[in-house]
Design a protein around this ligand. Structure first.
Ligand code: UD1
Ligand code: CA
Length: 455
């Protein structure tokens, strides 16, 4: 029985990006390029047990790629000697795992769609070597597909392409998506050379080698399918990101999300915005964020991995990361919710308030200029302007507890670990170092003296 795996070529540095970061980790809407490719392949290569038959060849800063994708199966290509060499390094592993066929795809195609790959696989069936081609107005740096009497003869890399030798440039190019029979290709790979203008071993040379050996080689033309476009430079990265952004904004509008300035709304591929939610651009909603129906996100907000429940409002210039905002809660303007910030329904967080690993109970309010870290604040508590939980003693973090309906006067420092009981009151300007029992008032500040004014 034929079993196939997918192999992503992701070892290259991406020299034309002029960046230290490996190209496949360059981000589009806050997700690395490689995440898009994996997402497109997964439905086709997933097994029932939740695993998948997807490998990636990694090399340049493989440590960073492996750290970003800890569950991805990787094969190291220590020296990046070309795409043909990358395949040669990976093939033994694929053979050992029992693969008879492999879908190979460049790691720099973030628009890749499952549908395109599915159609390609259907047309590739039966060939020893199949590749996808595109017909472009400007063939740029892509490998040129050379045909003789309509039949594929070779792929010639842009740097080696010479119309005098290879015929006119038809605009048909190699997309970087291949379906290969493992046994056949294993026989050809040792014959790849690097006697070309890049000094690299090209996967694309398999086409001419396969034809010379009488194998079935098929070039499958996918027209101008933009899902196969590669990213090689900052210009192309920005263009693809904008394409993805615009596509998502259009989909949200179609689904019934209200967008103001939709051209400035940036929603990542894994974020969910429910119909009936309202977003104003510019705003950025990334990671696994979820914005529920009837929630409102004003302009200049950034959400990362955060949940905003229905009827909550995030006012302008607020920043949320791994935070949860309950139903009907109000946040901002200028609020910062850091990881572990949880607002129960109807809670209010106002301007220049920062929460980290802190829960604000139902209807509780912290409306101005506060830092609440490692804190549990009960329902209907009122946190006055300038309240600070002093959670860090220079070595360790400590918790602050504030009870239901407690009232913390302005400019209070709560030196953790410390508890303010239910219904307790803290006088303004206090430095609270001991617990305040429920229902009592704590005040800790210098007593005011009024003296006669001198001369
Ligand atoms: C490649 C194709 C070209 C095609 C184009 C489509 C070759 C020789 N050329 O060119 O015909 O038109 O893609 O986008 O394949 N990589 C490795 N190891 C290496 C070198 C590269 O894993 O030693 C990876 C890169 O990380 C990248 C992919 O292979 O994801 C393609 O490499 P890249 O340098 O971008 O090839 P192109 O010049 O775009
Ligand atoms: Ca490329």
């Amino acid at each position: 029985m034929a079993t196939s795996a997918a192999l992503i070529l992701a070892a290259g540095k991406g020299t034309r990006m002029r960046s230290e970061r490996p190209k496949v980790l360059q981000s589009l809407l806050a997700e690395p390029m490689l995440a898009y490719v994996l997402e497109a392949l997964r439905p086709l290569f997933a097994a029932d047990d939740g695993s998948d038959a997807i490998w990636a060849v990694v090399g340049h800063r493989s440590d960073l790629v492996e750290a970003a994708f800890p569950r991805l199966r990787t094969i190291r290509q220590e020296r990046q000697l070309g795409t043909g060499h990358a395949l040669a390094e990976a093939l033994p592993t694929l053979r050992e795992s029992g693969c008879t066929h492999v879908l190979v795809v460049n790691g720099d195609v973030p628009l890749l769609s499952t549908e395109t790959v599915r159609r390609f696989l259907a047309e590739a069936r039966g060939a020893a070597i199949a590749f996808a081609s595109l017909s472009l107005d400007d063939a740029g740096a892509y490998g040129r597909v050379v045909r003789a009497d309509g039949e594929v003869a070779a792929i010639v890399e842009a740097r080696d392409f010479d119309p005098a030798r290879h015929g006119p440039d038809t605009g048909e190019v190699n997309a970087g998506l291949y379906f290969l029979e493992v046994e056949a290709v294993s026989r050809l790979l040792p014959r790849l050379g690097n006697d070309n203008n890049s000094g690299e071993y090209y996967i694309t040379d398999l086409v001419a080698l396969g034809l010379a050996d009488g194998l079935t080689v098929r070039g499958i033309n996918c027209g101008a399918d933009e899902s196969l476009l590669g990213v090689n430079s900052p210009v192309e990265l920005a263009r693809m990101e904008e394409l993805l952004r615009a596509r998502t904004a259009a989909r949200l509008l179609e689904n019934g999300v209200i967008l103001h300035a939709p051209e400035l709304v940036r929603v990542g591929p894994f974020a969910v915005v429910e119909p009936g939610a309202e977003l104003t651009g510019p705003c950025e909603i990334y990671g696994r964020s979820r914005v529920e129906s009837a929630a409102v996100i004003a302009s200049h907000c950034i959400l990362m991995d955060s949940v905003v429940h229905g009827h909550a409002q995030i006012r302008p210039f607020s920043h949320l990361e791994r935070a949860e905002v309950g139903r009907g809660a109000l946040v901002g303007p200028f609020a910062r919710l850091r990881p572990g910030a949880v607002l129960e329904p109807e809670a209010h967080v106002g301007n220049f308030v920062e929460l980290k690993n802190a829960r604000l109970g139902q209807g509780a309010k912290a409306n101005h200029l506060s830092y609440l870290g490692d804190a549990e604040i009960g329902p209907a508590a009122n946190i006055g302007a300038g309240t600070i939980t002093c959670n860090y003693d220079g070595v360790r973090k400590h918790r602050t507890g504030i009870g239901a309906r407690a009232f913390i006067g302005s400019n209070t420092a709560l030196v953790a670990p410390v508890e303010v009981g239910d219904g307790a009151l803290v006088g303004a300007g206090s430095v609270i170092t001991r617990n305040v029992p429920a229902g009592e008032m704590g005040i800790a500040r210098g007593r005011q003296k009024n003296l006669p004014r001198r001369g």
